[in-house]
Ligand binder design. Sequence first.
Ligand SMILES: Cc1cc2nc3c(=O)[nH]c(=O)nc-3n(C[C@H](O)[C@H](O)[C@H](O)COP(=O)(O)OP(=O)(O)OC[C@H]3O[C@@H](n4cnc5c(N)ncnc54)[C@H](O)[C@@H]3O)c2cc1C
Length: 429
Amino acid sequence: MWRNWAGNQAMSPAQVMHPRGTDEIAAAVKEAASGGRRVKAIGSGHSFTGIGLTDGVLLQLDRHAELIKVDQESKQVTVAAGMPLSTLNATLIENGLGLTNMGDIDVQTVSGAISTGTHGTGRASGSIAHQVAGLELALADGSVVNCSRQERPELFEMARVGLGALGVITAVTFQAEPMFALTADERPMPLDDVLDGFEELVAGNEHFEFYWFPHTRVALTKRNNRSTELAPLSRRRAWVDDELLSNKVFEATCRAGALMPRIIPGINKVAARALSARTYTDVAPHVFTSPRKVRFCEMEYAVPRADLPAVFRELTTLPESMGERISFPVECRVAPADDIPLSTASGRDSAYIAVHVFRGTRFDRYFDAVEKLMGTVAGRPHWGKLHNLDAAVLRERYPRFDDFLAVRRELDPEGVFRNAYLDRVLGPV
Ligand SMILES: Cc1cc2nc3c(=O)[nH]c(=O)nc-3n(C[C@H](O)[C@H](O)[C@H](O)COP(=O)(O)OP(=O)(O)OC[C@H]3O[C@@H](n4cnc5c(N)ncnc54)[C@H](O)[C@@H]3O)c2cc1C
């Protein structure tokens, strides 16, 4: 029995394989397809949706995770699809390189992260998929193809955020840049000041985000900007902030809140009052990412950036109006419009709103209400995070939805890569 990180998805595939090398992966796909079985590659299981589930052949790419090539001139780096982002970051640092932007953890595989559109926050820098310069894929018929802006550009467009629906990615080429440092400036602010000044805060920082503490009017703001002088946190301060407070103490308060929900507003008020400012400078991946050990379930929607302040204000009224007690802060990030058809930021400047609940806590009422609100501004759900939308609604929210389906039909006419989640969000092949 396989389970995802959050523990809310499980599967018992008919067969589990650990292929090594593109040829073994392509052969596994071909053999399964010719036997009428479905195939799914899985990454590190950090999606909350059933996007990676299969009852057929599960390909775990943990033995297909090595560095393939570093081209110092173009700053392009090619890695096998199962490489975790943490290994990619370490490899890039060793070569004096770095990714322009990342999400807030680094344990996902490169192929899993791009397949669902994993993103961080950036005024001008987009998702991890947006930093991909080329892909190698094993298709449903067992053939292997390469794609980039120059080679099979239509497939490249679609496969960067391909939901695992077009083929098994076997290698990913990233467009990196020279390694750089970021200064993190983290401080609490009144939520209303953040929302009133949202556009200025985004425009004034390379990477701006904030966390609102439900049942309070306080937000923790984070501004990350490029810098040259390294001034990392001491090991002790990093341990106290990132390990003790953000994980151990937070887990304890979440547990207490799960047992006695009525104390959650009080806990959040104390936590919001205890927030303090900190600033440090470190190599970028150490600033972008931090350990996340408290397990949770999450929904995240991308909304048009201009709608963020109004829709976020509305969101802050939900917990009280519904009688819900929410312990987890609500996270808000941004991304510029990009050109990837199924990217949540496709064709529009976006702001992301992410709601979380502690694992084991009921989330349906809260998430349903948030989803309804996001629908009022044509919100697009993260493909790897919980949502209830289907193909009929999603087609309205993605102008190039049918182009994606056409490529899918051409490459996988028998539905070798389909599963129940893809049937819902894309429709049957
Ligand atoms: C603690 C936590 C923090 C997170 N932080 C962020 C964040 O900051 N930003 C954000 O946007 N998301 C975030 N996420 C969501 C997460 O990044 C995505 O769900 C991501 O897809 C997970 O990567 P994975 O390697 O675990 O892939 P999986 O969840 O294992 O798989 C995801 C999809 O990728 C497909 N796939 C995997 N490998 C291949 C392959 N080789 N070829 C084709 N398809 C493949 C799978 O079939 C599946 O459809 C977070 C999730 C958690 C649990």
